[in-house]
Design a binder for this molecule. Structure first.
Ligand code: ADP
Length: 145
């Protein structure tokens, strides 16, 4: 039914994968033409740090961070039972909600599958990134609780 499925992944939150795995597999395997785009967004280097106000030693190497994020993302994707030729991986930096919406447009996503919030955080029914995606996405969004 869906042909271009976007799955935003917060790689700092390993429990996320367990939450969405069955839903992603179910939607991805309805037809054998569906592509699943896994996306992780590396939050941009904080502005105050760019002004030299942070006390961190060296500025992190962006290329190295991107490579590490890609290998972490690949490890998480290995848990999904989806044919490799139908999987695409995206690592970008910026604001998670803005980049999720931008990539959704660029891959012409017809479904976004997202977890509602970090497990264990009971205060919010919907995290800020999930809420922005639900509000602004042009396609259907499956929020996994
Ligand atoms: P919380 O604030 O509780 O972490 P979020 O709205 O940030 O809630 O997270 C909900 C979901 O949003 C995550 O499970 C993931 O799907 C997506 N998400 C959050 N941060 C990122 C990120 N940096 N890259 C990709 N997806 C993200």
């Amino acid at each position: 039914m869906y042909h271009s499925i976007l799955v935003p992944v917060d790689i700092s939150d390993p429990d996320f994968t367990q939450q969405v795995i069955a839903h992603v597999e179910a939607q991805a395997n309805i037809t054998d033409v569906a592509h699943v785009h896994f996306l992780t967004v590396i939050p941009t280097f904080p502005y105050y740090a760019s002004l030299g106000l942070a006390h961190s030693g060296e500025a992190p190497n962006q290329e190295q961070i991107k490579n590490e994020a890609l290998s972490k993302l690949s490890e998480l994707i290995d848990q999904f039972d989806i044919p490799a030729d139908r999987i695409k991986k995206h690592v970008v930096s910026g604001s998670p909600k803005d980049e999720i919406l931008r990539v959704a447009d660029s891959i012409k996503a017809d479904l976004i599958i997202i977890a509602s919030h970090r497990p264990g955080i009971l205060t919010y029914l919907l995290g800020s990134n999930a809420a922005a995606v639900v509000r602004h996405a042009k396609c259907s969004v499956l929020v996994v609780r």
